[in-house]
Structures are given as structure tokens and as C-alpha cells.
Ligand binder design. Sequence first.
Ligand SMILES: [Zn+2]
Ligand SMILES: [Zn+2]
Length: 284
Amino acid sequence: MNQIEEFTQKTFIELAQGLLYSIQETLLYASNNYFRLTLVSFLVFWLILGPKLTHFRIQPRPRTKTTIILREIGSSLLTFVVIGTINWFLSIAIPGDRYGLFYDNYYNDISKYGWTYFFFSIFLMLVIDDTYFYWAHRLLHHSILYRRVHKVHHYSNDPNPFTTYSFHPLEAAILFFGYRLTPSIIPVHSIAVDLWLLLTLINSVVDHLGYEIYPQWFTNSKLTNWKNPSTHHNMHHEKVRGNYAVTFRWWDKLMGTEFPDYQARVKAVQARKIISNRRLKTKV
Ligand SMILES: [Zn+2]
Ligand SMILES: [Zn+2]
């Protein structure tokens, strides 16, 4: 073997090892965060307390079949393999970067911008990401992309926690780009990015829970009703075209894509919960 061949082989082995390490690291992150949260939510809401929480269900219809749930778990695993691969590629293309697409965008000393900005930056990341997601999601509902790509996320008309990251590999790449783009637009602290990612994950799982856990006062108050409750995205899975945003209602209201019966539906689901709770109390 000559020197060029030896160098090429060594580089190839190093690249392959780097790729495997990146995928392994992402799957470890997924098992500590995504899979732990989805599994606990599924066990608690769908299996252990399921029969007692029937009145909390958003769609009173026969549940998603086990075969579909297993397909969603498989798609979720593939999502993290795709993310690991992109992370590996970016680590080569942008050495030293951890979150954003531009290394200079994050800072280490919180006092540089203060605590107010620290918390405001988390809110700003939620807004930026929600904007990116809304438009990417609308694009994914274009008939060609829907049939070939986004349909994977719509296996379940009545979503469950494992639906959350059940994506076609191309959709996983498109949405993950938003996770890398968002912290690149404003100055961010690494802890703020971690908190934003955690909030986004919790919000996504709640969106796919299949149960409405937001109280009536939250969705009625003008101070808080701009935040999507679980019913908002659940209706997207049920009816497919409409309610595209997953965090805030702003974009759907602005673009006229919010289902006209959305608010009536939230009220109906919450009323079912209240009536059922009263019945339980009178029985006691
Ligand atoms: Zn969709
Ligand atoms: Zn969904």
C-alpha cells in the first residue's frame, strides 16, 4: 500500500468512526430526553391511567393501532440517526461549533447581556423556531411533499407521544435545520439554548399527548390564549389541513389557517373534563 492509499484509508476510517460516534451520542441524548419523556407520558396517560382519563381525551375514537405506534417508534429512531449524521457533517464543516450555524453567536458570561435578556432570549428562540416551523410545515403540506415525506408524521390521526418525532428522514433534516438556525440569529447563552430545547421537547410531546391538559382559565385569558393548548395540534392530526403552528397561535391567525371551530372544540373538550370531574366528586 502506497502512502496516498494509506492516508485515504486512515481518513476514511476516522470519518466513519466520527460518524458512528456522532450517531451514538445523539441516540444517547435521545434516550435520556426524548424517549424517556415519551415513554413516561405514554405509560402514564395511555396505559396506566388511560381508562380513568377517558374524559381528558381530545378525540373520543378507537385508539391508534399498536402496529402504527411501533412504526412511529422506528421513525423516531431514524430521526435521531439523521440528526446524528447532520451533527457529524456540521462538526466537520464548522469545527468548534456546538449549536448554531455561526460560532460567534453564543456567549459564556451571563452578565454580558444580563438575566432579563437571558430569559427573553429563550422566548425569542421559541418565537423564531415557531415561525420557521410554521412555514416549513406549510411547505411539507404541499401535495408532493405531503405524499412522499410528511405523511410519515401523519400515520396517527389521533396522535400519541411517539408521534412527536416520527418523521421521514428529509423532514427530520428540514426541521433540525430550524434547531440549528434559531440560536444563530440572536446572541444566546448555552444554558438558554438547553432550556429552549427542553421547553420545545416538552411542548411537542404535550401537543401529541392525545389529552387536553391545559386548564380552561389558560385558554380563556387574553394574557395566555396565544399559546397553543394540546387540542390545537391534535386537530391538525385529525383534520390534516390547518392549525400548522405548534407553539403559538399567531401565525395561524395571521394567515387564516386556524380551524374556525378551534375555540369551540377546546371549550367542548374542557367542558367534558369538568362535567366528568363533577360526577367523580358527587360519587365520592
Ligand atoms: Zn402536518
Ligand atoms: Zn404532529
